[in-house]
Ligand binder design. Structure first.
Ligand code: CDP
Length: 204
């Protein structure tokens, strides 16, 4: 059985939480594609050329312990505008998407560029303020010293860069189901995602 679920949306919209829950619900594999860009971005912080880093990305790069930091998020969105970086990551993502047993991929361009034929597409969003507050609490929970204003500025800056780039800009696919999680509890956001996927999923 091959079934691809594409989940896109802006920074800190809750894609990761929803994707993990959806993958567990259906027993599918999950790929956080943001991690690929974060791993490339992290390599550039020590001076590595971004295209070389993307072409030679290793499993070890994906396990670096700084990938969730705001510095690496910014570096990720900067390398993500480079066409050759994106191109180097396409085959891995597409192969993952078509693996037997079903796959959930979350990112910015999964429903538009990586998997335009995905069986289910969601676009998860929330107001910038709500997203920044969630990311702030997540970072503080991990012991990061940061203030709310800095997190909001980071989220807005990355959104603008992600939406305005020429290559695979962040936007909903024409056939994506929009889920605004601004006023939704996590359980309700997950339920909305499952309902949207069940609506297009063949019953066994
Ligand atoms: O967790 P958060 O939503 O803050 O970010 P992420 O999904 O880990 O993505 C980090 C950055 O990678 C984004 O700001 C994008 O610039 C880039 N990205 C991308 O261009 N395409 C993807 N499919 C996934 C991430």
């Amino acid at each position: 059985m091959r079934f691809t679920i594409a989940i896109d949306g802006p920074a800190a919209a809750g894609k990761g939480t929803i994707s993990k829950a959806v993958a567990a619900h259906y027993g599918f594999a999950h790929l956080d594609t943001g991690l690929l860009y974060r791993a490339v971005g992290a390599r550039t912080l020590d001076g590595t050329d971004p295209i070389a880093a993307a072409k030679g990305l290793t499993a070890e790069d994906l396990e670096a312990d700084n990938l969730r930091t705001p510095e690496v998020a910014q570096a990720a969105s900067k390398v993500a505008v480079i066409g050759e970086v994106r191109a180097a990551l396409v085959d891995f993502q597409r192969a993952f998407a078509r693996r037997a047993g079903g796959a959930v991929l979350d990112g910015r361009d999964i429903g538009t560029v990586i998997c335009p034929n995905a069986e289910a597409k969601l676009f998860v969003t929330a107001s910038a303020e709500v997203r920044a507050e969630r990311r702030y609490l997540e970072l503080v929970g991990k012991g990061t010293e940061i203030d709310r204003g800095t997190v909001l500025a980071d989220v807005k800056e990355r959104d603008a860069r992600d939406m305005e780039r020429a290559e695979a800009p962040l936007k909903p696919a024409a056939d994506a189901v929009l889920i605004d999680t601004s006023d939704l509890a996590i359980a309700d956001a997950i339920a909305a995602a499952v309902a949207a996927i069940d609506a297009v999923r063949p019953t066994e």
